[in-house]
Structure formats: C-alpha cells, structure tokens
Design a protein around this ligand. Structure first.
Ligand code: CA
Length: 267
C-alpha cells in the first residue's frame, strides 16, 4: 500500500537540499496553517516531527544541519522555526544567535535535557519557547500555535502604556524607564515587566506568568520566572529582600506596586 504523501510536507534530500511537497490543487489554504522549518539532525525525530506537524495542517520543511537550517530560514522566511540545540555542525544556540541577527521569526528550541541554565540561556538568546525531549508532535504543535498567536497580536487590550510609581512601560515603542532613567531590557524582561505593570497590586502566580508571558500553557520551571525577576530587580536597582516595585509573595507569585514613600524618620 502506498502511503499518502501528506499535504505540505517537505523532504530533505541526501545532498542537504530541501524538497517541499505542496500540491496546490490538493492543498487548500487552511486557516491557521503555518510554514514550519524543523532543524533536527536525528533522522528518526525529524521524520516524525515532519509527519506529525504536517498531519496537524502545517506546511513543513526540514533541515539536518544548522547551516542548512539558517540558509532555509533566510531564503524561505518560514513562520516559525523548530530548532534542535544539538546539531552536528553549529551549536543550536549559535544558530539562534545568527538567525536573530537577521530575523525575528519565532523560534521554538528543542532541548535534550531539562537543564535550567541552558533553557534560560536560549530564552535569553532570543528563543520564543522551548520543548524538552522527548516531546510529541501534539505538544510541539501547541507551542507553535502559541508563539504564532503571540507574534500575531496587536489587539491586546493591555497594549497601552503602564505606569506604576516612577515606572513607565510603553508596549508600542517597547521602551521602559524608571524615574526617568531608560531601562535596557531583553524582550522577555520587557514582556514580564509590562504584564505585571498592567496589573498593579495584583499577586500574579508564576504559573500565570509561564502561561501568559512565556506561553507555556502546560507549565514550565518556576526557576525561569525567578531568574528573570532577579535580572529585572537588578535593572530596577532593587533586591528581593529590599523590594521597591517587585514584591515576592512566598509560595504564590509576585506583585508589582509603587514604592512606599519613606517616613521622614524612616528606619
Ligand atoms: Ca540533535
């Protein structure tokens, strides 16, 4: 029995080039379909991901090396890139940095280990999300849809400047300042600070932050939030012990509030 070639699938030829299988007649435009590039050297995983994502309606291309992936990403401008970190030619984090030099395409990183330091490093290098191997195509599909929703936003009701005390965060210009001093924030730090500042006084759980800021609806590591909060605190000139804006609520989450004005005879 001949297996039916899924609509939109692409195959990788042995010489490293890509072959895309898109039959225009057989491939009606499906709402929500994304052009996905999978960069993965393991042929078994690569084939399974291409098949699984194709079955979920995406048009999938794949590349077995970092350089082939970069070339494809630059030449074909996919909607989202799934990037394995352990690649034979160039380390996935280096591929991500090179890609970020030329493109804002959403990148979901696939890591082999649940290594907090590595995950934080790739998120800081510009990854939009990550999955830890082994993961299913369904799980990856959920992450892909989440980063695409996030990137396609613009009608966000919270898309207005947030002001908390001396802190101003403008999501349109992506600029933030504290007491008139501009803050140099990474994209993730900016999103985190804006999410909190749009909800002043409310205790926001780490779970909510992972879902809404990191787009990890199935949860992630609390430590990811902690690390970003500590970076934010440093930039705001405060510590967890001597909080001005970012107040940790033990076992629950974090609350943003304007600093209290110290009493004249302050302690
Ligand atoms: Ca690999």
């Amino acid at each position: 029995m001949m297996p039916r070639r899924p609509c939109g699938a692409a195959q990788h030829r042995p010489n490293g080039t890509l072959r895309r299988h898109v039959g225009a007649a057989a491939c009606p435009i499906v709402r929500g379909v994304a052009q996905v590039l999978v960069v993965e050297d393991d042929p078994t995983i690569r084939t399974a991901l291409v098949r699984g994502l194709t079955e979920r309606g995406h048009a999938v291309a794949s590349a077995p090396t970092g350089l082939a992936g970069l070339e494809h990403a630059v030449g074909h401008r996919p909607d989202v890139v799934v990037l394995d970190l352990g690649l034979p030619d160039v380390d996935g984090t280096a591929v991500l940095r090179m890609l970020r030099g030329v493109s804002r395409v959403p990148v979901v990183v696939a890591t082999a280990r649940d290594d907090e330091a590595e995950i934080v490093a790739v998120l800081d290098a510009g990854a939009d999300d990550y999955v830890v191997k082994p993961f299913s195509a369904a799980q990856l599909d959920a992450r892909i849809r989440a980063v695409l929703r996030r990137g396609g936003g613009g009608d966000d009701p919270h898309d207005t400047e947030a002001v908390v005390g001396g802190l101003r965060i403008d999501p349109r210009s992506r600029q933030a300042s504290v007491d008139g001093r501009p803050l140099e924030l990474t994209p993730r730090e900016f999103d985190l600070l804006h999410y909190l500042a749009a909800r002043p006084g409310r205790v926001v759980s780490k779970r909510e932050l992972l879902t809404e800021v990191w787009q990890l609806p199935y949860g992630g590591a609390d430590k990811t939030v902690d690390v970003h909060l500590s970076w934010l605190r440093r930039k705001l000139g405060e510590t967890a012990q001597q909080a001005r804006y970012l107040h940790s609520v033990r076992g629950v989450g974090v609350r943003i509030a304007a600093p209290e004005i110290s009493a004249p005879d302050g302690e």
